[in-house]
Design a protein around this ligand. Structure first.
Ligand code: DUC
Ligand code: ZN
Ligand code: ZN
Ligand code: ZN
Length: 485
């Protein structure tokens, strides 16, 4: 089989930095060491050789708020590779009442166009005996070990606490990890109605309808419910100190609780919604909304200290035309922003180049940590012999100004428009195949494969004393007062 050697670079992993060549054969890393030779040589002089990024939070071609998100598995994974991300995990989303397996077939069909490897999380948007039964098939036959729960989007995707508790207990039995969109949907609905009634219908009202408290409350509630169910829990798009605090506290107690800030929340703030034109603000409407600088500092500190583990995007791209569905009513603006292509360059520029993160921490939060959490490590997220050759050869000196005009994403704007980034891929390889060489795109539609993720058993147990009550002790008593007396 032909071999490829990445030559003259510095390997950077989550825990090591060292000079070495990396040899690839049959899509896998076969040798790491000095002076290697191969049929094809990729010049990595002056570059860092890192595990490709894994984005565990994307919504490609997702039916949502009366439309479909505009990047599909082709444009979305092309954008990913262009920015050094080599695997995405998308959400299969059954509509309430729909079979999980039927939704999965829909996602299987869409994903055949992927340019890089991918996996799915399964969303639990309703509860029934059918869902309970199908969860087992999803884990054991379909190779999916994560279930997403929405505590917001009342009347649409939201599940109530009893449903979430039942699903978390099922996750515990199956060795699956529950994921949570943590916002108090009842409070959001109430605040939204009041804002609209008072005539606040612009995109800035979206931010007022989802204050940090609704996220902090829901995060804390999800963690407590996970503790009672005896399972770990992963909080998606952690955007504020209140949510981070709940995660920190739980981890300090010994619970396996994970938090995932987005690159958007780390680098863009709430000023994007104010004193800007309608389109500018609406293009940045997502849930949770952008926050202030204090919240941003909290998220950066969490990444540095390890209380937050993963940087994702929640890539859910809508065109300006789609955003305009919400003119006159902010609750109809499709929620979502893009970021797949920009996550790594933005995090490098605002994290590594500023000294907030080390290069090794950068690899941890963009790739290795999530590979471990999702149980695909070391096949993904590693530069090790035997690992898939999903690699980014990172040129720390390459610069660009982010612009919609040059992006791979299918939409007509970019929320990071005008930001200057220093640090970009020289090459991105997906299972050994060069998909990106600087600004030349050589992606292959359909090259991406579904990556199975096996269950993780006994990863957590309840810490709360409440757990003892799940097997209630029968109490024999005398002297019970007669009723109605
Ligand atoms: N938030 C968004 O902004 N878009 C997709 C779903 C979500 O939770
Ligand atoms: Zn309810
Ligand atoms: Zn969400
Ligand atoms: Zn999402």
């Amino acid at each position: 089989m032909p071999t490829t050697v990445i030559k003259g670079g510095t390997v950077v992993t989550a825990d090591l930095t060292y000079k070495a060549d990396v040899k690839i054969e049959g899509g896998r890393i076969v040798e790491i060491g000095p002076d290697l030779s191969g049929d094809e040589v990729l010049d990595a002089a002056g570059c860092y050789v890192m595990p490709g990024g894994i984005d565990p939070h994307t919504h490609l071609e997702m039916p949502f708020m009366g439309t479909y998100s505009s990047d599909d598995f082709e444009s979305g994974t092309r954008a990913a590779l262009s920015g050094g991300t080599t695997m995405v995990v998308d959400f299969a989303l059954p509509s309430p009442g729909q079979s999980l397996l039927e939704a999965l077939t829909m996602w299987d069909n869409k994903s055949t166009r992927a340019n890089c490897d991918y996996s799915f999380h399964m969303a639990v948007t309703w509860w029934s005996e059918q869902v309970f039964n199908e969860m087992k098939t999803v884990v054991q036959d379909k190779g999916i070990n994560t279930f997403k729960h929405f505590m917001a989007y009342k009347g649409a995707l939201m599940v109530d606490d009893d449903e979430m508790f039942a699903s978390f207990q099922r996750c515990a039995e199956l060795g699956a990890l529950p994921l949570v969109h943590a916002e108090n949907g009842d409070v959001v609905a109430s605040l939204s109605a009041k804002l609209l009634a008072d005539g606040n219908n612009g995109p800035e009202a979206h931010a007022y309808s989802r204050p940090a408290e609704v996220e902090g409350e829901a995060t804390n509630r999800a963690i407590m419910i996970a503790d009672m169910a005896g399972c770990p829990v992963y909080i998606v798009h952690t955007s504020c100190e209140q949510a981070h605090e709940a995660i920190r506290r739980a981890r300090q107690k010994g619970m396996r609780v994970y938090g995932e800030p987005l690159i958007q929340h780390l680098t863009l703030d709430e000023s994007e919604y104010f004193d800007k034109d309608w389109d500018h603000a609406a293009r940045r409407v997502m849930s949770p909304p952008f926050r202030n600088k204090q919240h941003q500092d909290s998220l950066w500190a969490g990444l540095a200290s390890g209380s937050l583990q993963v940087v994702a995007t929640d890539h859910c791209a809508f065109t300006t035309k789609q955003k305009r569905f919400g003119v006159g009513d902010f609750t109809k603006i499709p929620n979502g922003t893009g970021g797949l292509e920009d996550r790594l360059p933005m995090l490098w520029t605002y994290g590594v180049n500023t000294g907030r993160l080390t290069m090794n921490e950068f690899v941890a939060v963009t790739s290795t940590n999530i590979a471990k959490i999702l149980n695909v490590y070391p096949r993904k997220g590693a530069i090790l012999v035997g690992a898939d050759a999903d690699i980014v050869v990172w040129d720390p000196k390459r610069k660009k100004t982010i612009a919609a005009r040059t992006q791979q994403s299918a939409i007509d704007y970019n929320v990071f428009e005008g930001k200057e980034v220093t640090g970009l891929p020289r090459f991105t390889l997906t299972r050994g195949v060069v998909a990106i060489e600087e600004s030349t795109i050589r992606t292959q539609e359909g090259h991406g494969q579904f990556i199975r993720r096996e269950p993780v058993t006994a990863v957590s147990k309840a810490l709360s004393t409440w757990k003892e009550l799940t097997a209630p002790r029968k109490v024999e008593r005398s002297g019970i007062p007669a009723t109605g007396v």
